[in-house]
Design a protein around this ligand. Structure first.
Ligand SMILES: [Zn+2]
Length: 433
């Protein structure tokens, strides 16, 4: 899907004017709240018709009604490149706040087995699943992993995504996890968008540690986390809490190490089975992800905090599940929700966040406006980037996606096709070829 030439860092940020925008979705915060959107706020996309956006130095200088932006004094001074958007729809660059970017190959055996009726756990038990990707990453060079990651980031940019959270997690040894994080860093250095690296050493228990899990947890807590923090290779630490992976008590051990080394935390929770989330709340996670089986009694606690619950319906779709994450229950209770792809080779091989928005509308009962807010401003909050990303307003990073549609509701409406016409990544313009 990378139909245009890939962009590189050196092309960054000469002055740019996006003019003749039919609908600009600013996602500006209504009122003074600086936290994630919740409840009815999710429906307010801050729509301005006949709009323009002026950027320079990777930041937004002005955004609003075109006649006002055109009068901005910086326009005369900077003489920006002017792009006529032809009445199309512009929104904040999409924020994909949950991806497993580092893997080598698709898992086609899993795919066929599952179609034939095997469950997620049966596939894992037969040597497929996450462990099948571990062998590939273990053998690959850092250069190969970085090259693949960069190609995937370019593919995402072509579909409107400008910020990507990228996890390691198919290494499962200090050496391979750190190699994966280095590959993420190398790819990020060559991509004009923003990459947020996450260490997911606690993804599954490696085969050789099955009988001595404490030993692997020490590997994560005493080797991977200190090294990733010291070398600034990760901003977050993630844990996969699930039957067959890690318990909440084990996640607490991992989070204690993350906290000690000043890294943020996030977790995969309640994807396949219900788990109590309250023991993890004291670590103030930026985001708790999946949450299909969240317990009723945990919902009010989540609603009281600025923790984002990131819903990943791409996995439900690809696993052929009948049930989807309980978006309506969460939104109505006041929980801040985000949407992300969960891009990974086993359960959600899609880089297309607009498709996830479509799923959110058709299977989670979210309105187009709620889905867009969840994948922009709330995605930014899920990465603790709410003051820099996720809305189009002066002072924020110049991250914009322009879709070749006349009405923003068409973004989730046309599913399975890429309607992204242009992407601006920290001021760098990527036009569809
Ligand atoms: Zn995941």
């Amino acid at each position: 899907m990378a139909e245009a030439m890939p962009l590189r860092k050196k092309e960054l940020s000469s002055p740019l004017l996006l003019a003749n925008i039919g609908q600009l979705l600013t996602l500006r915060t209504p009122g003074k709240s600086s936290g994630p959107r919740r409840g009815p706020e999710l429906n307010d996309v801050g729509l301005i018709k006949d709009a323009a956006v002026l950027c320079s130095g990777g930041k937004i200088l002005a955004a609003g009604e075109q006649r006002e932006v055109l009068r901005h004094p910086a326009r005369k001074k900077l003489k920006p490149r002017e792009v006529d958007c032809g009445g199309r729809v512009a929104l904040p660059g999409l924020v994909d706040s949950h991806t497993h970017l580092i893997f080598t190959a698709p898992r086609l055996v899993d795919f066929e087995h599952r179609i034939a009726g095997a469950t997620y756990e049966e596939i894992a038990g037969a040597g497929g699943g996450i462990r099948a990707s571990v062998e590939g990453v273990g053998k690959a060079s850092k250069k190969t992993l970085a090259g693949q990651a960069l190609a995937r980031l370019d593919e995402m940019a072509a579909q409107g995504t400008t910020t990507v959270e990228a996890k390691s997690g198919y290494g499962l040894s200090a050496e391979a996890e750190l190699k994966s994080l280095e590959a993420i860093g190398d790819a990020a250095d060559r991509w004009p968008g923003t990459v947020v690296p996450t260490l997911l050493g606690a993804h599954v228990m490696p085969e050789e540690f099955q009988s001595k899990p404490e030993k692997y947890l020490r590997e994560v807590a005493q080797k991977m986390i200190p090294a990733a923090a010291k070398r600034k290779l990760a901003r977050f630490v993630d844990v996969f809490c699930e039957r067959g992976a890690f318990t909440v008590a084990q996640a607490e051990q991992v989070f204690e190490a993350a906290q000690k080394h000043a890294l943020g935390v996030r977790a995969h929770l309640c994807q396949l089975t219900a788990t109590e989330v309250w023991p993890l709340l004291r670590f103030n996670p930026a985001s708790l992800d999946h949450m299909d089986h969240v317990m009723e009694e945990d919902i009010p606690q989540l609603a009281r905090r600025d923790i984002v619950v990131t819903l990943l319906p791409g996995a439900n779709y690809f696993l052929g599940l009948e049930e989807y994450p309980p978006a309506r229950r969460l939104i109505e209770a006041g929980v801040a929700v985000a949407l992300a792809t969960d891009y990974n080779p086993g359960t959600s091989p899609t880089s297309n966040l607009a498709f996830i928005l479509s799923l959110a509308c058709t299977h989670l009962g979210m309105s187009p406006a709620e889905a867009i807010a969840a994948a922009t401003i709330n995605g930014a909050h899920a990465l603790r980037l709410g003051s820099e990303k996720g809305s189009i307003e002066a002072g924020k990073d110049a991250d914009v996606a322009v879709f070749d549609v006349a009405d923003y509701r068409e973004v989730p409406y046309w599913f399975g096709v890429n309607r992204c016409w242009a992407t601006v990544l920290r001021g760098a313009l990527r036009l569809k070829a």
